[in-house]
Write a protein that binds this ligand. Structure first.
Ligand code: HEM
Length: 143
Protein backbone atom coordinates (compact mmCIF):
# COMPACT_ATOMS: atom_id res chain seq x y z
CA UNK A 1 0.00 0.00 0.00
CA UNK A 2 1.13 3.53 -0.77
CA UNK A 3 0.57 4.38 2.88
CA UNK A 4 3.47 2.14 3.90
CA UNK A 5 5.77 3.53 1.18
CA UNK A 6 5.18 6.99 2.66
CA UNK A 7 5.44 5.78 6.24
CA UNK A 8 8.79 3.99 5.77
CA UNK A 9 10.90 7.15 5.19
CA UNK A 10 9.25 8.74 8.24
CA UNK A 11 10.15 6.03 10.72
CA UNK A 12 13.56 4.88 9.43
CA UNK A 13 15.38 7.71 11.15
CA UNK A 14 14.73 6.27 14.60
CA UNK A 15 16.76 3.07 14.24
CA UNK A 16 19.40 4.87 12.16
CA UNK A 17 19.94 7.55 14.82
CA UNK A 18 19.67 5.19 17.81
CA UNK A 19 22.07 2.62 16.34
CA UNK A 20 24.57 5.27 15.25
CA UNK A 21 24.65 7.08 18.60
CA UNK A 22 24.51 3.74 20.44
CA UNK A 23 27.58 2.33 18.72
CA UNK A 24 29.53 5.59 19.07
CA UNK A 25 28.67 5.85 22.79
CA UNK A 26 29.52 2.20 23.47
CA UNK A 27 32.89 2.47 21.77
CA UNK A 28 33.71 5.83 23.37
CA UNK A 29 32.48 4.69 26.80
CA UNK A 30 34.51 1.51 26.75
CA UNK A 31 37.69 3.27 25.54
CA UNK A 32 37.35 5.99 28.20
CA UNK A 33 36.11 3.44 30.77
CA UNK A 34 33.07 5.62 31.39
CA UNK A 35 30.23 3.39 32.65
CA UNK A 36 27.56 6.05 32.23
CA UNK A 37 28.33 6.60 28.53
CA UNK A 38 28.56 2.84 27.94
CA UNK A 39 25.19 2.25 29.60
CA UNK A 40 23.57 5.02 27.54
CA UNK A 41 25.10 3.47 24.41
CA UNK A 42 23.82 -0.01 25.29
CA UNK A 43 20.34 1.41 25.80
CA UNK A 44 20.41 3.10 22.37
CA UNK A 45 21.74 0.07 20.49
CA UNK A 46 19.08 -2.16 22.04
CA UNK A 47 16.20 0.23 21.41
CA UNK A 48 17.50 0.81 17.87
CA UNK A 49 17.75 -2.95 17.31
CA UNK A 50 14.07 -3.48 18.20
CA UNK A 51 13.07 -0.54 15.99
CA UNK A 52 14.60 -2.30 12.95
CA UNK A 53 11.79 -4.85 12.80
CA UNK A 54 8.79 -2.53 12.27
CA UNK A 55 10.96 -0.60 9.77
CA UNK A 56 11.75 -3.80 7.82
CA UNK A 57 8.08 -4.78 7.81
CA UNK A 58 6.87 -1.35 6.68
CA UNK A 59 9.65 -1.28 4.03
CA UNK A 60 8.38 -4.58 2.61
CA UNK A 61 4.75 -3.51 2.62
CA UNK A 62 5.75 -0.22 0.96
CA UNK A 63 7.77 -2.02 -1.71
CA UNK A 64 4.69 -4.00 -2.73
CA UNK A 65 3.03 -0.79 -3.90
CA UNK A 66 5.89 0.15 -6.23
CA UNK A 67 5.59 -0.41 -9.97
CA UNK A 68 8.14 0.11 -12.81
CA UNK A 69 11.14 -0.56 -10.59
CA UNK A 70 13.46 -0.92 -13.61
CA UNK A 71 15.26 2.45 -13.23
CA UNK A 72 16.14 2.03 -9.57
CA UNK A 73 16.28 -1.75 -9.18
CA UNK A 74 20.02 -1.78 -8.38
CA UNK A 75 19.57 0.76 -5.60
CA UNK A 76 16.54 -1.09 -4.28
CA UNK A 77 18.36 -4.40 -4.17
CA UNK A 78 21.43 -2.85 -2.50
CA UNK A 79 19.12 -1.14 -0.01
CA UNK A 80 17.48 -4.47 0.77
CA UNK A 81 20.76 -6.36 1.00
CA UNK A 82 22.17 -3.88 3.50
CA UNK A 83 18.89 -3.73 5.46
CA UNK A 84 19.18 -7.48 6.02
CA UNK A 85 22.88 -7.29 6.79
CA UNK A 86 22.11 -4.56 9.36
CA UNK A 87 19.51 -6.74 11.08
CA UNK A 88 21.82 -9.78 10.97
CA UNK A 89 24.92 -8.04 12.36
CA UNK A 90 23.03 -6.38 15.22
CA UNK A 91 21.28 -9.70 15.94
CA UNK A 92 24.72 -11.35 16.23
CA UNK A 93 25.83 -8.53 18.57
CA UNK A 94 22.74 -8.99 20.79
CA UNK A 95 23.11 -12.79 20.97
CA UNK A 96 26.85 -12.57 21.69
CA UNK A 97 26.42 -9.99 24.46
CA UNK A 98 23.78 -12.15 26.11
CA UNK A 99 25.22 -15.65 25.81
CA UNK A 100 28.98 -15.29 25.27
CA UNK A 101 30.30 -13.27 28.17
CA UNK A 102 33.98 -13.97 27.57
CA UNK A 103 36.91 -11.89 26.32
CA UNK A 104 36.45 -13.31 22.84
CA UNK A 105 32.74 -12.59 23.08
CA UNK A 106 33.53 -8.95 23.82
CA UNK A 107 35.81 -8.69 20.77
CA UNK A 108 33.16 -10.27 18.54
CA UNK A 109 30.56 -7.92 20.06
CA UNK A 110 32.50 -4.78 19.17
CA UNK A 111 33.35 -6.09 15.69
CA UNK A 112 29.65 -6.79 15.09
CA UNK A 113 28.71 -3.31 16.34
CA UNK A 114 31.25 -1.71 13.98
CA UNK A 115 30.05 -3.82 11.04
CA UNK A 116 26.43 -3.03 11.96
CA UNK A 117 27.17 0.69 11.95
CA UNK A 118 28.66 0.50 8.44
CA UNK A 119 25.66 -1.55 7.26
CA UNK A 120 23.02 0.79 8.68
CA UNK A 121 24.72 3.83 7.16
CA UNK A 122 24.94 2.13 3.76
CA UNK A 123 21.28 1.09 4.01
CA UNK A 124 20.41 4.71 4.69
CA UNK A 125 22.56 5.89 1.77
CA UNK A 126 20.77 3.64 -0.75
CA UNK A 127 17.39 4.49 0.79
CA UNK A 128 18.18 8.20 0.52
CA UNK A 129 19.08 7.76 -3.15
CA UNK A 130 15.72 6.05 -3.74
CA UNK A 131 13.91 9.04 -2.25
CA UNK A 132 16.03 11.96 -3.43
CA UNK A 133 17.47 10.75 -6.74
CA UNK A 134 14.61 8.57 -7.96
CA UNK A 135 11.81 10.47 -6.22
CA UNK A 136 10.27 7.47 -4.54
CA UNK A 137 7.66 6.73 -3.47
CA UNK A 138 5.79 9.17 -5.81
CA UNK A 139 7.60 8.13 -9.02
CA UNK A 140 7.30 4.43 -8.31
CA UNK A 141 3.58 4.41 -7.81
CA UNK A 142 2.10 1.29 -9.39
CA UNK A 143 -0.53 2.47 -11.88
C1 HEM B 1 17.32 -1.73 8.48
C2 HEM B 1 16.23 -1.51 7.79
C3 HEM B 1 16.03 -0.30 6.91
C4 HEM B 1 16.53 0.97 7.03
C5 HEM B 1 17.45 1.53 8.11
C6 HEM B 1 16.02 1.75 5.91
C7 HEM B 1 16.32 3.08 5.67
C8 HEM B 1 15.78 3.84 4.66
C9 HEM B 1 16.05 5.25 4.45
C10 HEM B 1 16.96 6.12 5.32
C11 HEM B 1 15.33 5.65 3.39
C12 HEM B 1 15.32 7.07 2.80
C13 HEM B 1 14.35 7.94 3.57
C14 HEM B 1 14.48 9.41 3.24
O1 HEM B 1 15.47 9.84 2.60
O2 HEM B 1 13.58 10.18 3.65
C15 HEM B 1 14.61 4.49 2.88
C16 HEM B 1 13.76 4.48 1.78
C17 HEM B 1 13.21 3.34 1.23
N1 HEM B 1 13.31 2.06 1.72
FE1 HEM B 1 14.25 1.49 3.42
N2 HEM B 1 15.23 0.93 5.14
C18 HEM B 1 15.21 -0.33 5.70
C19 HEM B 1 14.56 -1.45 5.22
C20 HEM B 1 13.86 -1.51 4.02
C21 HEM B 1 13.25 -2.69 3.46
C22 HEM B 1 13.32 -4.09 4.08
C23 HEM B 1 12.65 -2.30 2.28
C24 HEM B 1 11.87 -3.08 1.26
C25 HEM B 1 11.75 -4.34 1.20
C26 HEM B 1 12.86 -0.90 2.11
C27 HEM B 1 12.43 -0.16 1.03
C28 HEM B 1 12.59 1.20 0.88
C29 HEM B 1 12.00 1.98 -0.19
C30 HEM B 1 11.13 1.41 -1.33
C31 HEM B 1 12.40 3.32 0.02
C32 HEM B 1 12.01 4.54 -0.85
C33 HEM B 1 10.87 5.27 -0.18
C34 HEM B 1 9.62 4.48 -0.23
O3 HEM B 1 9.13 4.20 -1.33
O4 HEM B 1 9.14 4.11 0.87
N3 HEM B 1 13.63 -0.44 3.17
N4 HEM B 1 14.89 3.40 3.67
Amino acid sequence: MMFFAKLHPLIVHFPVALLTSGVVFEVYGSLRKDEVVTTAGRFNTRLGFWCIFPVLLVGFLGMLSLGNTEKFKDFLSDHLRFAFLTAATFLIAMVVSRYFRSRLGRVVYFLALAAGLVCVLRTGYYGGELVHRFNLPASGWAQ
